[in-house]
Design a protein around this ligand. Structure first.
Ligand SMILES: [Zn+2]
Length: 370
């Protein structure tokens, strides 16, 4: 295992942060898998999973069982890790700018397209290598102005030449679920199967350029531009490891073992891939997710649990105004799987209180949460 440190821009004199990465196996030998945790810094189940994975990968490396490279970043957001306000950890948005830590990654597509257009050949492996070098070049030329941008640059540089990149997050209160792209899904589905994920939402164009599609969508667009001489270069997924409070040894061990089983399936860890669960993981369109919102403020009484199946018309929550006695009933409009709900119990008007994975397309445009 190699431990590397990547310094960030120091925002003010007397402070400095860095991102730590841990490298297992051999660079350039087999596939490269990149795994990071807690990009939303107050989402900590993934950090515990990453720590357990680190111990497992050390052992696998010592036993000579790694046939590829794994890069692990257990603390992907040191900036957000230190944002505490009055005993509350605020890790989703940078306090300086209000920017969501998982939005606005650099889109390398225009530069990569320009750099490779005249140099592509019929040799798809050579093209793959060329495109990866071009992505690294585009990132190397990027001159971040802020600490946050320098953190984004480090994470993208560590991950952009990988075959698979996994971003470990969690929701507020949730069942385990995944977000990925149609482009990546066939190679991510086995991970969802190993994890036992029952809700896997797919979209190729979510808007917002989050971390998990910052690389696979470049490959997809290159493929659309140049055709079959562009191979499938990178698969990406955001893995939502239940809710914020679900930081337990048992969950983490289950999830870390599932990720190792997936690494076996990928051929990065030696082992028997026949041990995979046989039933394919389901998937649905991200635009078929019903985002349930309130229309008034009040005490929020949730009537369903993450993991529940709900029918159209079923009540999701009541919002009670104890002054006017007005009671709002928030109902689902299509049947589906409740995969997450808010952690707050005082609703504000227009607040998102939960998500149900349905089957009918009911949304368009920007598909992510704020
Ligand atoms: Zn998150």
């Amino acid at each position: 295992m190699q431990h590397k440190q990547h310094p960030l821009i120091s925002p003010v004199p007397g402070t400095s942060r860095h991102v730590d990465s841990f490298h297992f196996g051999c660079r350039g030998n087999g596939k490269k898998v990149y795994i990071q945790a807690s990009l939303h810094a107050d989402e900590l189940p993934g950090m515990l999973v990453a720590w357990q994975l680190k111990q497992m990968l050390k052992t696998l490396e010592q036993e000579g069982k790694l046939n590829g490279e794994v890069v692990l970043v257990p603390v992907a957001n040191p900036i957000g890790q230190n944002q505490h306000l009055m005993d509350v950890h605020l890790g989703r948005y940078e306090l300086e700018t209000g920017q969501n830590f998982n939005r606005g990654y650099k889109d390398t597509f225009p530069e990569v397209k320009q750099q490779v257009a005249e140099r592509l050949t019929k040799d798809v492996d050579a093209n793959k290598q060329l495109i990866r070098e071009s992505m690294l070049n585009a990132l190397a030329k990027w001159q971040p102005q802020t600490e946050l941008q320098s953190q984004q640059k480090v994470l993208q540089t560590l991950s952009c030449d990988s075959d698979v990149m996994l971003d470990l997050h969690c929701d507020f209160e949730a069942a385990l679920h995944l977000y990925s792209t149609y482009y990546s899904w066939s190679g991510i589905e086995p991970l969802a199967r190993c994890l036992g994920s029952k809700a896997n939402m797919l979209a190729d164009d979510t808007g917002g350029n989050p971390f998990d599609c910052s690389t696979d969508m470049v490959w997809q667009r290159l493929n659309a531009e140049f055709g079959d001489m562009i191979p499938q270069g990178c698969l990406g997924a955001t893995v939502e490891l239940r809710g914020q409070a679900d930081v337990t040894d048992e969950y983490a061990e289950h999830d870390a073992k599932a990720i190792v089983a997936y690494l076996v399936w990928l051929g990065v860890v030696a082992g028997d891939a026949d041990d995979m669960p046989e039933t394919l993981a389901p998937s649905s369109d991200l635009a078929a997710v019903e985002t349930l919102k309130t229309t008034q403020g009040g005490v929020l009484v949730l009537k369903v649990q993450p993991g529940d199946w709900v029918e159209a018309g079923q009540i999701f929550a009541q919002v009670i105004d104890p002054i006017t006695d007005s009671i709002e009933e928030v109902r689902v409009t299509q049947a589906g799987y409740v995969y997450s709900r808010t952690i707050r119990r005082m609703a504000t008007a227009g607040m998102l209180i939960g998500n149900v994975a349905g089957s009918e397309i009911i949304r368009s445009g920007y598909l992510l949460a704020p």
